[in-house]
Write a protein that binds this ligand. Structure first.
Ligand SMILES: C[S@@+](CC[C@H](N)C(=O)[O-])C[C@H]1O[C@@H](n2cnc3c(N)ncnc32)[C@H](O)[C@@H]1O
Length: 217
């Protein structure tokens, strides 16, 4: 109990430190940006831009920057994961929404994507018009949302970040749910399938994990 309390206060301390670091990085980025632009914006524009940049920097530092999975890589991920009609797919950092649109339009799944960066989220919403997709693209941090209804999670996030999500995945996902990660493995979890990289098509490795089997059979 004492240990749990200590762990809790330590993680709160780190969260506060992280947040201060994000604000600092946002501020420095912002000052550089401000010095570089020739025509200086009004105070209101400065405040709005600063507020807009905070989540973008958080996404960059805490999750992963916006780098899309190649289209055929995204399709391969969904295929290897075994996504089928009626499944519920969540992309925990959906970028321009490609996984969600493919999952809904080509695989017949119910898909939801979370995106922390406002500009990237806006881009995903614009792309949705062209895809005419029923997928849900939500602005925000996926860590604030319950994943328990999903039976497929897809991720293209940095390895250090993926490790931090393990407790959330284990707490919320049901046994048999799959987490399929493009390019990066999740800590020391044991995959049920590891797809080798395809150098010719410039595709990275893909790890498929299943809740209940993540520490081996
Ligand atoms: C490497 S990109 C991958 C985008 C997309 N999944 C793909 O594969 O094409 C990661 C995205 O996750 C977003 N992101 C990072 N952390 C996040 C979080 N905690 N909640 C929601 N989105 C996040 C970033 O803004 C970025 O757009």
């Amino acid at each position: 109990m004492k240990k749990q309390k200590h762990q809790h206060s330590t993680s709160t301390k780190y969260k506060i430190l992280d947040f201060i670091a994000y604000l600092g990085i946002t501020f420095i980025t912002f000052v550089i940006f401000y010095l570089l632009i020739p025509q200086k914006p009004s105070l209101l524009q400065v405040i709005l831009l600063f507020l807009l940049m905070i989540p973008t920097v958080i996404a960059l530092v805490a999750g992963a920057p916006f780098v899309p999975t190649p289209m055929r890589g995204a399709e391969k991920v969904l295929k290897i994961a075994g996504v089928k009609k009626g499944d519920t797919v969540v992309d925990i950092g959906c970028g321009d929404g490609r996984f969600c649109y493919l999952a809904a339009n080509k695989f017949g799944a119910n898909s939801t994507g979370y995106e922390l960066s406002p500009l990237v989220w806006l881009w995903a919403k614009i792309r949705q018009l062209f895809w005419k997709s029923k997928a849900k693209i939500k602005f925000g941090d996926f860590r604030m949302h319950d994943l328990s209804t999903a039976n497929h999670i897809v991720a293209y996030m940095l390895p250090d970040t993926l490790i931090k999500f393990i407790p959330k995945f284990e707490k919320e996902l049901k046994p048999g749910s799959r987490i399929t990660s493009y390019a990066f493995k999740i800590g020391d979890w044991v995959p049920i399938h590891l797809e080798p990289a395809d150098k010719e098509k410039n595709l990275s490795k893909i790890w498929v994990y299943e809740i209940g089997k993540q520490y081996g059979e």
